[in-house]
Design a binder for this molecule. Structure first.
Ligand SMILES: [Zn+2]
Length: 178
């Protein structure tokens, strides 16, 4: 009895290892260059959430950009490399809520890790290339980019405007009336 339990444990551990190995950590470049190799396989993919989440019923489409500059957007000075295309990922709407910041000119999006089945030409979604994510987590939270017009520039603008109004007002008051 003990022996069979031990064997069961070994089998379970091996199964655990093999399923972990099956979920290959890949980049969008690899997937785009060799779609046939990865079609239907479970992959793990990490990229910056960019654009916006598109809700389609109980599914959400995310666009994850894993280019070399995903760690620092072009706006913050990094140079563009790779395809700058990333991957479209379909996630359960409930699971997609963990992603809150999307990259654009003013934001560094959340860096998100997803795992799921890669489809070179998804029959469910009009033959597009996508990943049907079954697991999703934020590995680095996004942020507002520094160069965006901050509070200080608005304050300066306000002061300049107030000064201009005061100057014009003073001129009008002092102007001799005819
Ligand atoms: Zn699909």
């Amino acid at each position: 009895m003990k022996r069979s339990l031990f064997m069961l444990l070994i089998v379970a551990v091996c199964a655990g290892f093999s399923s972990a190995a099956a979920a290959a950590d890949v980049s969008s470049t690899v997937l785009i260059e060799e779609p046939a190799v990865w079609d239907g396989r479970v992959v793990t993919f990490t990229g910056e959430a960019v654009g916006e989440a598109m809700v389609r019923g109980d599914e959400v489409w995310l666009h994850l950009n894993d280019d070399a500059y995903a760690g620092g957007s072009i706006a913050s000075g990094a140079l563009p490399q790779g395809y700058n295309s990333g991957l479209a990922v379909v996630v359960d709407a409930e699971d997609a809520r963990v992603v809150t910041v999307f990259g654009d000119y003013r934001h560094q999006g959340d860096v998100v890790e997803v795992s799921g089945v890669f489809n070179a030409a998804c029959p469910e979604h009009g033959g597009d290339m996508d990943v049907h994510a079954t697991g999703i987590r934020v590995v680095r939270e996004g942020a507002v980019l520094d160069h965006a017009p901050g509070t200080s520039s608005f304050v300066l603008l306000g002061i300049a405007f107030a000064a201009a109004v005061t100057a014009v007002g003073a001129y009008l008051i002092r102007r001799p009336r005819d």
